[in-house]
Design a protein around this ligand. Structure first.
Ligand SMILES: Cc1cc2nc3c(=O)[nH]c(=O)nc-3n(C[C@H](O)[C@H](O)[C@H](O)COP(=O)(O)OP(=O)(O)OC[C@H]3O[C@@H](n4cnc5c(N)ncnc54)[C@H](O)[C@@H]3O)c2cc1C
Length: 401
Protein backbone atom coordinates (compact mmCIF):
# COMPACT_ATOMS: atom_id res chain seq x y z
CA UNK A 1 0.00 0.00 0.00
CA UNK A 2 1.34 3.43 -0.92
CA UNK A 3 0.32 7.08 -1.06
CA UNK A 4 2.39 10.15 -2.01
CA UNK A 5 1.72 11.71 1.38
CA UNK A 6 0.57 10.17 4.66
CA UNK A 7 -0.86 12.37 7.41
CA UNK A 8 -1.07 10.93 10.94
CA UNK A 9 -4.12 12.31 12.77
CA UNK A 10 -7.36 13.85 11.49
CA UNK A 11 -7.34 16.73 13.97
CA UNK A 12 -7.59 20.19 12.41
CA UNK A 13 -3.88 20.48 11.62
CA UNK A 14 -3.74 17.02 10.02
CA UNK A 15 -6.71 17.48 7.69
CA UNK A 16 -5.79 21.10 6.88
CA UNK A 17 -2.27 20.14 5.79
CA UNK A 18 -3.79 17.24 3.80
CA UNK A 19 -6.17 19.70 2.11
CA UNK A 20 -3.34 22.05 1.06
CA UNK A 21 -1.30 19.17 -0.37
CA UNK A 22 -4.27 17.67 -2.25
CA UNK A 23 -5.04 21.06 -3.79
CA UNK A 24 -1.51 21.01 -5.26
CA UNK A 25 -2.21 17.67 -6.90
CA UNK A 26 -0.67 14.99 -4.69
CA UNK A 27 -2.33 11.83 -3.43
CA UNK A 28 -2.96 12.05 0.34
CA UNK A 29 -4.07 9.47 2.90
CA UNK A 30 -4.93 10.51 6.47
CA UNK A 31 -4.98 7.95 9.30
CA UNK A 32 -7.14 8.66 12.34
CA UNK A 33 -7.23 6.33 15.33
CA UNK A 34 -10.76 7.29 16.40
CA UNK A 35 -13.83 6.14 14.48
CA UNK A 36 -15.30 9.65 14.30
CA UNK A 37 -13.47 12.85 13.36
CA UNK A 38 -13.59 15.50 16.12
CA UNK A 39 -14.81 13.12 18.80
CA UNK A 40 -14.08 13.13 21.67
CA UNK A 41 -13.42 16.88 21.75
CA UNK A 42 -11.19 18.24 24.52
CA UNK A 43 -11.13 21.87 23.49
CA UNK A 44 -13.17 25.05 24.09
CA UNK A 45 -12.63 26.14 20.50
CA UNK A 46 -11.97 29.79 21.37
CA UNK A 47 -10.59 31.17 18.10
CA UNK A 48 -9.79 34.57 16.64
CA UNK A 49 -12.10 35.72 13.84
CA UNK A 50 -9.15 37.33 12.09
CA UNK A 51 -7.21 34.05 12.18
CA UNK A 52 -10.12 32.13 10.67
CA UNK A 53 -10.46 34.72 7.92
CA UNK A 54 -6.73 34.69 7.20
CA UNK A 55 -6.91 30.90 6.77
CA UNK A 56 -9.92 31.19 4.45
CA UNK A 57 -12.20 29.29 6.86
CA UNK A 58 -15.71 30.53 6.39
CA UNK A 59 -17.75 28.79 9.11
CA UNK A 60 -21.44 28.17 8.59
CA UNK A 61 -24.03 25.64 9.74
CA UNK A 62 -23.98 26.16 13.51
CA UNK A 63 -20.23 25.61 13.91
CA UNK A 64 -19.84 29.01 15.62
CA UNK A 65 -21.51 28.97 19.04
CA UNK A 66 -20.88 32.55 20.15
CA UNK A 67 -18.84 35.68 19.33
CA UNK A 68 -16.97 37.84 21.85
CA UNK A 69 -15.87 41.46 21.79
CA UNK A 70 -14.78 41.65 25.41
CA UNK A 71 -12.40 39.79 27.72
CA UNK A 72 -12.24 40.15 31.50
CA UNK A 73 -9.38 38.94 33.66
CA UNK A 74 -10.03 38.33 37.38
CA UNK A 75 -7.08 38.29 39.77
CA UNK A 76 -6.97 35.76 42.65
CA UNK A 77 -8.58 38.20 45.10
CA UNK A 78 -11.15 39.41 42.56
CA UNK A 79 -9.56 42.56 41.04
CA UNK A 80 -10.86 42.93 37.52
CA UNK A 81 -9.38 44.13 34.23
CA UNK A 82 -11.42 44.23 31.02
CA UNK A 83 -10.64 44.97 27.40
CA UNK A 84 -13.57 45.78 25.17
CA UNK A 85 -13.48 46.02 21.37
CA UNK A 86 -16.06 47.77 19.20
CA UNK A 87 -16.94 44.56 17.32
CA UNK A 88 -16.40 40.81 17.89
CA UNK A 89 -12.77 39.69 17.89
CA UNK A 90 -13.06 36.03 18.88
CA UNK A 91 -15.61 33.23 18.81
CA UNK A 92 -16.14 29.77 20.23
CA UNK A 93 -16.74 26.91 17.82
CA UNK A 94 -18.18 23.44 18.29
CA UNK A 95 -14.88 21.56 17.92
CA UNK A 96 -16.47 18.36 16.67
CA UNK A 97 -18.29 20.22 13.86
CA UNK A 98 -15.22 22.37 13.17
CA UNK A 99 -12.95 19.32 12.78
CA UNK A 100 -15.55 17.60 10.60
CA UNK A 101 -15.86 20.74 8.44
CA UNK A 102 -12.13 20.79 7.66
CA UNK A 103 -12.19 17.00 7.18
CA UNK A 104 -15.01 17.38 4.62
CA UNK A 105 -13.11 20.10 2.77
CA UNK A 106 -10.13 17.74 2.55
CA UNK A 107 -12.26 14.83 1.31
CA UNK A 108 -13.82 17.07 -1.36
CA UNK A 109 -10.30 17.96 -2.52
CA UNK A 110 -9.57 14.23 -2.98
CA UNK A 111 -8.01 13.27 0.38
CA UNK A 112 -8.72 9.78 1.67
CA UNK A 113 -9.35 9.64 5.42
CA UNK A 114 -9.12 6.21 7.02
CA UNK A 115 -10.61 6.41 10.50
CA UNK A 116 -10.38 3.66 13.11
CA UNK A 117 -6.76 3.26 12.00
CA UNK A 118 -3.97 3.74 14.50
CA UNK A 119 -0.44 4.45 13.30
CA UNK A 120 1.97 2.46 15.46
CA UNK A 121 5.31 3.71 14.22
CA UNK A 122 7.18 5.61 11.54
CA UNK A 123 9.11 3.53 8.99
CA UNK A 124 12.74 4.54 8.77
CA UNK A 125 14.75 3.67 5.61
CA UNK A 126 18.31 4.91 5.09
CA UNK A 127 17.83 7.76 7.56
CA UNK A 128 14.54 8.96 5.97
CA UNK A 129 10.91 8.36 6.97
CA UNK A 130 9.29 6.35 4.19
CA UNK A 131 5.84 5.51 5.57
CA UNK A 132 4.15 4.11 8.67
CA UNK A 133 3.18 0.83 10.22
CA UNK A 134 -0.40 0.79 11.42
CA UNK A 135 -3.16 -1.15 13.01
CA UNK A 136 -6.63 -1.27 11.42
CA UNK A 137 -9.32 -3.32 13.17
CA UNK A 138 -6.53 -5.25 14.95
CA UNK A 139 -4.72 -6.06 11.68
CA UNK A 140 -1.14 -4.82 11.29
CA UNK A 141 0.09 -3.42 7.96
CA UNK A 142 2.76 -1.21 6.43
CA UNK A 143 1.85 1.81 4.33
CA UNK A 144 4.59 3.53 2.29
CA UNK A 145 4.81 7.18 1.27
CA UNK A 146 7.26 9.80 0.01
CA UNK A 147 6.48 12.12 2.95
CA UNK A 148 4.73 11.73 6.30
CA UNK A 149 3.16 14.69 8.12
CA UNK A 150 2.91 13.90 11.81
CA UNK A 151 -0.16 15.67 13.27
CA UNK A 152 -0.73 13.21 16.12
CA UNK A 153 -1.34 15.91 18.75
CA UNK A 154 0.19 16.46 22.14
CA UNK A 155 0.87 12.77 22.95
CA UNK A 156 3.79 12.76 20.48
CA UNK A 157 4.07 8.99 20.86
CA UNK A 158 5.50 8.38 17.38
CA UNK A 159 8.28 10.92 17.83
CA UNK A 160 9.19 9.49 21.25
CA UNK A 161 9.30 6.00 19.75
CA UNK A 162 11.97 6.95 17.19
CA UNK A 163 13.89 9.04 19.73
CA UNK A 164 13.26 12.43 18.06
CA UNK A 165 13.21 15.54 20.29
CA UNK A 166 9.69 16.29 21.43
CA UNK A 167 7.68 18.44 23.84
CA UNK A 168 9.21 19.96 26.99
CA UNK A 169 7.63 17.89 29.79
CA UNK A 170 8.23 20.71 32.30
CA UNK A 171 5.91 22.94 30.30
CA UNK A 172 2.96 20.57 29.94
CA UNK A 173 -0.11 21.43 32.01
CA UNK A 174 -3.08 19.16 32.71
CA UNK A 175 -6.18 20.69 31.16
CA UNK A 176 -9.86 19.99 31.72
CA UNK A 177 -12.74 21.24 29.59
CA UNK A 178 -16.42 20.99 30.54
CA UNK A 179 -19.82 22.07 29.33
CA UNK A 180 -22.31 23.32 31.90
CA UNK A 181 -25.96 24.33 31.79
CA UNK A 182 -27.80 26.99 33.80
CA UNK A 183 -24.94 29.45 33.80
CA UNK A 184 -26.11 32.86 35.03
CA UNK A 185 -24.95 36.46 35.56
CA UNK A 186 -22.70 36.24 32.50
CA UNK A 187 -22.17 38.92 29.85
CA UNK A 188 -22.70 36.92 26.66
CA UNK A 189 -20.24 39.13 24.74
CA UNK A 190 -17.43 38.47 27.19
CA UNK A 191 -15.01 35.61 27.77
CA UNK A 192 -13.70 35.44 31.35
CA UNK A 193 -10.24 34.45 32.60
CA UNK A 194 -9.50 33.65 36.26
CA UNK A 195 -5.94 33.73 37.60
CA UNK A 196 -5.52 31.65 40.75
CA UNK A 197 -2.45 29.58 41.61
CA UNK A 198 -4.33 27.31 44.02
CA UNK A 199 -6.68 26.15 41.25
CA UNK A 200 -4.77 26.72 38.03
CA UNK A 201 -1.07 27.00 38.78
CA UNK A 202 0.89 27.74 35.60
CA UNK A 203 -2.26 28.65 33.65
CA UNK A 204 -5.79 29.93 34.38
CA UNK A 205 -9.46 28.97 34.54
CA UNK A 206 -12.01 30.27 32.04
CA UNK A 207 -15.71 30.69 31.30
CA UNK A 208 -16.92 31.11 27.70
CA UNK A 209 -20.70 31.63 27.65
CA UNK A 210 -22.95 30.36 24.87
CA UNK A 211 -26.25 32.02 23.95
CA UNK A 212 -28.51 29.40 25.54
CA UNK A 213 -27.63 29.69 29.25
CA UNK A 214 -24.92 27.08 28.80
CA UNK A 215 -21.18 27.72 28.94
CA UNK A 216 -17.86 26.09 28.19
CA UNK A 217 -15.57 26.21 31.20
CA UNK A 218 -12.18 24.80 32.01
CA UNK A 219 -8.81 25.20 33.61
CA UNK A 220 -5.30 23.81 33.41
CA UNK A 221 -2.75 23.31 36.13
CA UNK A 222 0.73 21.93 36.70
CA UNK A 223 -0.24 20.38 40.01
CA UNK A 224 -3.26 18.70 41.57
CA UNK A 225 -6.23 17.01 39.99
CA UNK A 226 -7.73 19.32 37.34
CA UNK A 227 -11.22 17.75 37.69
CA UNK A 228 -11.25 18.39 41.43
CA UNK A 229 -9.95 21.91 40.92
CA UNK A 230 -12.72 22.53 38.38
CA UNK A 231 -15.37 21.34 40.86
CA UNK A 232 -13.88 23.74 43.38
CA UNK A 233 -13.93 26.54 40.80
CA UNK A 234 -17.62 25.94 40.04
CA UNK A 235 -18.82 25.59 43.61
CA UNK A 236 -16.41 27.57 45.78
CA UNK A 237 -14.62 30.27 43.77
CA UNK A 238 -16.00 33.49 45.15
CA UNK A 239 -16.80 35.06 41.74
CA UNK A 240 -17.29 31.96 39.55
CA UNK A 241 -19.76 30.37 41.97
CA UNK A 242 -22.16 33.30 41.43
CA UNK A 243 -22.25 32.31 37.76
CA UNK A 244 -21.86 28.54 37.90
CA UNK A 245 -23.03 27.58 41.40
CA UNK A 246 -26.39 26.30 40.12
CA UNK A 247 -24.98 24.64 36.98
CA UNK A 248 -24.67 20.96 36.26
CA UNK A 249 -21.60 19.69 34.42
CA UNK A 250 -22.94 17.94 31.29
CA UNK A 251 -19.64 16.70 29.88
CA UNK A 252 -16.04 16.80 30.99
CA UNK A 253 -12.78 15.81 29.23
CA UNK A 254 -9.17 16.00 30.46
CA UNK A 255 -6.28 16.56 28.05
CA UNK A 256 -2.76 18.05 28.33
CA UNK A 257 -1.68 21.41 26.87
CA UNK A 258 1.92 22.04 25.84
CA UNK A 259 3.03 25.60 26.76
CA UNK A 260 6.75 25.26 26.03
CA UNK A 261 6.70 26.82 22.56
CA UNK A 262 7.64 24.93 19.39
CA UNK A 263 9.91 21.88 19.57
CA UNK A 264 13.51 22.29 18.46
CA UNK A 265 13.19 20.44 15.13
CA UNK A 266 10.10 20.01 12.96
CA UNK A 267 11.58 18.54 9.75
CA UNK A 268 13.57 15.40 8.92
CA UNK A 269 14.09 13.51 5.68
CA UNK A 270 10.55 12.48 4.63
CA UNK A 271 8.90 13.90 7.77
CA UNK A 272 7.20 17.14 8.85
CA UNK A 273 5.69 17.71 12.31
CA UNK A 274 2.73 20.08 12.80
CA UNK A 275 0.25 21.36 15.38
CA UNK A 276 0.30 20.15 18.98
CA UNK A 277 2.80 17.43 18.06
CA UNK A 278 5.23 20.30 17.31
CA UNK A 279 3.90 22.36 20.27
CA UNK A 280 2.86 25.15 17.88
CA UNK A 281 0.63 26.46 20.66
CA UNK A 282 0.50 29.95 22.19
CA UNK A 283 2.32 29.58 25.54
CA UNK A 284 0.29 32.45 27.03
CA UNK A 285 -3.24 31.19 26.34
CA UNK A 286 -2.79 27.54 25.27
CA UNK A 287 -4.58 28.30 22.00
CA UNK A 288 -3.19 25.99 19.34
CA UNK A 289 -5.81 25.84 16.63
CA UNK A 290 -5.06 28.99 14.62
CA UNK A 291 -1.28 28.80 15.11
CA UNK A 292 -1.32 25.06 14.28
CA UNK A 293 -3.44 25.64 11.16
CA UNK A 294 -1.10 28.44 10.06
CA UNK A 295 1.81 25.98 10.20
CA UNK A 296 -0.29 23.17 8.67
CA UNK A 297 -0.98 25.33 5.60
CA UNK A 298 2.77 25.73 5.09
CA UNK A 299 3.48 22.04 5.83
CA UNK A 300 0.94 20.81 3.27
CA UNK A 301 2.27 23.01 0.51
CA UNK A 302 5.96 22.24 1.17
CA UNK A 303 5.23 18.49 1.38
CA UNK A 304 3.42 18.64 -1.98
CA UNK A 305 6.22 20.63 -3.62
CA UNK A 306 8.81 18.16 -2.31
CA UNK A 307 6.83 15.20 -3.69
CA UNK A 308 6.26 16.83 -7.09
CA UNK A 309 9.98 17.72 -7.38
CA UNK A 310 11.00 14.27 -6.10
CA UNK A 311 13.17 15.82 -3.42
CA UNK A 312 11.93 14.82 0.02
CA UNK A 313 15.29 15.29 1.71
CA UNK A 314 15.61 17.03 5.08
CA UNK A 315 17.28 19.91 3.21
CA UNK A 316 14.31 20.59 0.93
CA UNK A 317 11.69 20.03 3.64
CA UNK A 318 13.51 22.43 6.01
CA UNK A 319 11.80 25.18 4.01
CA UNK A 320 8.72 24.37 6.12
CA UNK A 321 10.57 25.18 9.35
CA UNK A 322 12.06 28.35 7.87
CA UNK A 323 8.63 29.57 6.76
CA UNK A 324 6.68 28.88 9.94
CA UNK A 325 9.47 30.38 12.03
CA UNK A 326 9.39 33.50 9.87
CA UNK A 327 5.63 33.75 10.42
CA UNK A 328 5.39 32.81 14.10
CA UNK A 329 8.89 32.44 15.56
CA UNK A 330 9.15 35.86 17.23
CA UNK A 331 5.62 35.71 18.64
CA UNK A 332 6.17 32.24 20.05
CA UNK A 333 9.43 33.33 21.66
CA UNK A 334 7.84 36.39 23.30
CA UNK A 335 4.76 34.45 24.43
CA UNK A 336 6.98 31.76 25.96
CA UNK A 337 8.94 34.49 27.83
CA UNK A 338 5.65 36.00 29.08
CA UNK A 339 4.47 32.56 30.23
CA UNK A 340 7.75 32.01 32.14
CA UNK A 341 7.32 35.39 33.85
CA UNK A 342 3.63 34.80 34.63
CA UNK A 343 4.47 31.45 36.22
CA UNK A 344 6.82 33.18 38.67
CA UNK A 345 4.20 35.55 40.09
CA UNK A 346 2.56 34.85 43.43
CA UNK A 347 -1.19 35.37 43.81
CA UNK A 348 -0.45 38.66 45.59
CA UNK A 349 1.66 39.87 42.66
CA UNK A 350 -1.05 38.82 40.20
CA UNK A 351 -3.51 40.94 42.23
CA UNK A 352 -1.18 43.92 42.03
CA UNK A 353 -0.59 43.50 38.29
CA UNK A 354 -4.27 43.19 37.38
CA UNK A 355 -5.19 46.17 39.53
CA UNK A 356 -2.26 48.20 38.09
CA UNK A 357 -3.35 47.42 34.49
CA UNK A 358 -6.85 48.62 35.37
CA UNK A 359 -5.69 51.82 37.09
CA UNK A 360 -3.31 52.70 34.26
CA UNK A 361 -6.18 52.43 31.76
CA UNK A 362 -4.22 49.88 29.72
CA UNK A 363 -7.45 48.69 28.12
CA UNK A 364 -7.46 51.85 25.95
CA UNK A 365 -4.21 50.75 24.30
CA UNK A 366 -4.98 47.04 24.15
CA UNK A 367 -8.12 47.86 22.14
CA UNK A 368 -5.71 48.58 19.29
CA UNK A 369 -4.12 45.10 19.36
CA UNK A 370 -4.55 44.07 15.76
CA UNK A 371 -4.11 40.35 16.02
CA UNK A 372 -4.61 38.29 19.18
CA UNK A 373 -2.73 35.34 17.65
CA UNK A 374 0.41 37.37 17.00
CA UNK A 375 0.69 38.76 20.52
CA UNK A 376 4.44 39.49 20.28
CA UNK A 377 4.20 41.51 17.08
CA UNK A 378 1.06 43.29 18.28
CA UNK A 379 2.64 44.33 21.59
CA UNK A 380 5.84 45.42 19.85
CA UNK A 381 3.78 47.68 17.58
CA UNK A 382 2.20 49.33 20.64
CA UNK A 383 5.39 49.36 22.71
CA UNK A 384 6.12 53.07 22.25
CA UNK A 385 2.89 54.05 23.99
CA UNK A 386 3.61 55.29 27.55
CA UNK A 387 1.01 53.06 29.26
CA UNK A 388 2.30 49.92 27.51
CA UNK A 389 5.89 50.84 28.31
CA UNK A 390 5.05 51.52 31.97
CA UNK A 391 3.14 48.26 32.30
CA UNK A 392 5.95 46.29 30.61
CA UNK A 393 8.47 47.78 33.07
CA UNK A 394 6.19 47.03 36.01
CA UNK A 395 5.67 43.47 34.76
CA UNK A 396 9.41 42.96 34.30
CA UNK A 397 10.22 44.40 37.75
CA UNK A 398 7.59 42.22 39.42
CA UNK A 399 8.98 39.11 37.72
CA UNK A 400 12.52 39.86 38.87
CA UNK A 401 11.87 40.69 42.54
C1 LIG B 1 -8.66 21.81 27.84
C2 LIG B 1 -8.18 22.37 26.52
C3 LIG B 1 -8.78 23.52 26.00
C4 LIG B 1 -8.33 24.07 24.80
N1 LIG B 1 -8.93 25.19 24.32
C5 LIG B 1 -8.48 25.76 23.20
C6 LIG B 1 -9.10 26.93 22.68
O1 LIG B 1 -10.07 27.43 23.24
N2 LIG B 1 -8.60 27.46 21.52
C7 LIG B 1 -7.51 26.91 20.87
O2 LIG B 1 -7.08 27.45 19.85
N3 LIG B 1 -6.92 25.79 21.34
C8 LIG B 1 -7.37 25.21 22.47
N4 LIG B 1 -6.80 24.05 22.92
C9 LIG B 1 -5.69 23.47 22.15
C10 LIG B 1 -6.24 22.73 20.93
O3 LIG B 1 -7.16 21.74 21.34
C11 LIG B 1 -5.10 22.09 20.14
O4 LIG B 1 -4.08 23.04 19.95
C12 LIG B 1 -5.58 21.56 18.79
O5 LIG B 1 -6.56 20.60 18.93
C13 LIG B 1 -4.37 20.99 18.03
O6 LIG B 1 -4.80 20.35 16.85
P1 LIG B 1 -3.94 19.12 16.28
O7 LIG B 1 -4.58 18.76 14.99
O8 LIG B 1 -2.49 19.46 16.27
O9 LIG B 1 -4.10 17.96 17.37
P2 LIG B 1 -5.42 17.22 17.86
O10 LIG B 1 -6.60 18.08 17.75
O11 LIG B 1 -5.07 16.66 19.20
O12 LIG B 1 -5.59 16.03 16.82
C14 LIG B 1 -4.70 14.94 16.79
C15 LIG B 1 -5.44 13.77 16.12
O13 LIG B 1 -4.52 12.72 15.90
C16 LIG B 1 -5.13 11.49 16.25
N5 LIG B 1 -4.05 10.57 16.57
C17 LIG B 1 -3.16 10.66 17.60
N6 LIG B 1 -2.27 9.67 17.54
C18 LIG B 1 -2.61 8.91 16.45
C19 LIG B 1 -2.05 7.75 15.88
N7 LIG B 1 -0.97 7.16 16.39
N8 LIG B 1 -2.66 7.23 14.78
C20 LIG B 1 -3.76 7.81 14.24
N9 LIG B 1 -4.33 8.92 14.75
C21 LIG B 1 -3.74 9.48 15.84
C22 LIG B 1 -6.01 11.85 17.44
O14 LIG B 1 -7.04 10.92 17.64
C23 LIG B 1 -6.55 13.21 17.01
O15 LIG B 1 -7.73 13.10 16.25
C24 LIG B 1 -7.25 23.46 24.11
C25 LIG B 1 -6.66 22.30 24.62
C26 LIG B 1 -7.13 21.74 25.80
C27 LIG B 1 -6.50 20.49 26.32
Amino acid sequence: MKSDLIVVGAGPTGTFSALQAARLGVEVTVFEEHDTIGFPSHCTGHLSLRGLKRLGLDLTGGIVENNFRKATIYSPSGCKFSVEFSSPVTCIVDRELFDKHIGNMAVKAGVEILSGTRVDSLLLENGCIRGVSLKQRRKAAEFKSDVVINAEGVASTLLKRVGMPTLDPQMIVSGVEAEVDEAENLNLDCVEIYLDRRLARGFFAWIAPRRNDTAKIGLATVEGDPRRNLQHFVLKHRIAKQKLGRSTIRSIVCHPISLGGPISRTTYGGLLIVGDAASQVKPTTGGGVITGLTCAEIAGSIAAKAILRRDTSAGFLSEYEKRWKKTLGFDMWLMRSLRTMLNRFSDKQLDQIVSRCDKLGLAEDLKDVEDVDFQGTSLLRLSKRPRILLSALYFLKASLF
